[in-house]
Design a binder for this molecule. Structure first.
Ligand code: HEC
Length: 192
C-alpha cells in the first residue's frame, strides 16, 4: 500500500498518532537545515495586510518623517524630498487633477492601501539594512511620503488606528488579484 493510501486509511480509522508517524516515516530527509526557532519565525512574520490588523504600536507625523528621511539615509538613493536620486522617485510631479492612472507609478500615491506603504518600507527599506527601522520611524516615514504626495495633510498623526483609515487617491479603482492557492497558475505576464 502506498504511504499516502496508508495514511488515508489510518485517518479513516481515526488514529492521529499512527497517521503522523506513518507520514513522518515516508517524508524524505536530506540531512539539511533545521526547524526554525519561534524567534526566527517571529522576525519574518511581519507582513501587514490591507486592514492593518498586524500593525505594530507606534506613531509618526510628516514633520518627524522628513527628519528620519535624512537621518536614515533614504535621501542618498531617493534624493531630497524623494526626487532626483538613483533610486525610484517617491514624490509625484504630476497634477492632482489628472486621473490616478495618468499619474506616476509611485507607491505612496498609487497604492490601494496606506498600510501597504508602511509594510513596504518596514520590510524592504532602507535597502541593504532592511528590518532596522523602529515602528515610530516607519510611521513617520509613511506619513512624510503620503504628505509629499498630497495624500494626507501635514498635521496628520499616523498610528495603528489612523493609518488604515487613510483614503488613497485610487479609491476603489484597482483590480483585485485572484486569491492564490497552492497549485494556482500565476497570471500570464505577471512578473512577480
Ligand atoms: C541604497 C539605496 C536605497 C536606500 C538607502 C533607500 N532606498 Fe528605497 N528603494 C531603493 C530602490 C532601488 C528601490 C526600488 C526597489 C524595487 O523596485 O524593487 C526602492 C524603493 C522604495 C520605495 C517604493 C517605491 C515605489 O514607488 O515602488 C519606497 C516607498 C522607498 N524605497 C522608501 C525608502 C525609505 C523610506 C528609505 C529610508 C529609510 C529608503 N527607501 C532607502 C533604494 C534605496
Amino acid at each position: 500500500m502506498g504511504s499516502l493510501k496508508l495514511a488515508a486509511t489510518l485517518l479513516l480509522l481515526g488514529s492521529p498518532v499512527l497517521v503522523s508517524s506513518a507520514l513522518a516515516q515516508s517524508a524524505p530527509t536530506y540531512g539539511l537545515g533545521r526547524t526554525p526557532s519561534a524567534e526566527e519565525i517571529r522576525a519574518r512574520d511581519i507582513n501587514i495586510g490591507s486592514t492593518g490588523e498586524e500593525l505594530p504600536p507606534g506613531r509618526g507625523t510628516p514633520k518627524e518623517g522628513a527628519k528620519v528621511f535624512t537621518l536614515q539615509g533614504c535621501i542618498v538613493c531617493h534624493g531630497e524630498e524623494g526626487v532626483g536620486g538613483l533610486g525610484p522617485a517617491l514624490k509625484s510631479k504630476t497634477s492632482q487633477d489628472l486621473p490616478i492612472w495618468r499619474r506616476e507609478r509611485i507607491l505612496p500615491l498609487r497604492s490601494p492601501f496606506a498600510t501597504t506603504v508602511l509594510d513596504y518600507i518596514n520590510r524592504g527599506m532602507r535597502l541593504g539594512r532592511e528590518g532596522t527601522l523602529k515602528p515610530d520611524e516607519v510611521y513617520a516615514l509613511t506619513a512624510y511620503l503620503l504628505f509629499v504626495n498630497k495624500v494626507i495633510p501635514e498635521d496628520t498623526v499616523l498610528d495603528e488606528k489612523s493609518l488604515p483609515k487613510v483614503k488613497m487617491p485610487i479609491g476603489e479603482g484597482w483590480a483585485r488579484l485572484p486569491d492564490w492557492k497552492p497549485g494556482t497558475r500565476r497570471l500570464q505576464g505577471y512578473p512577480y
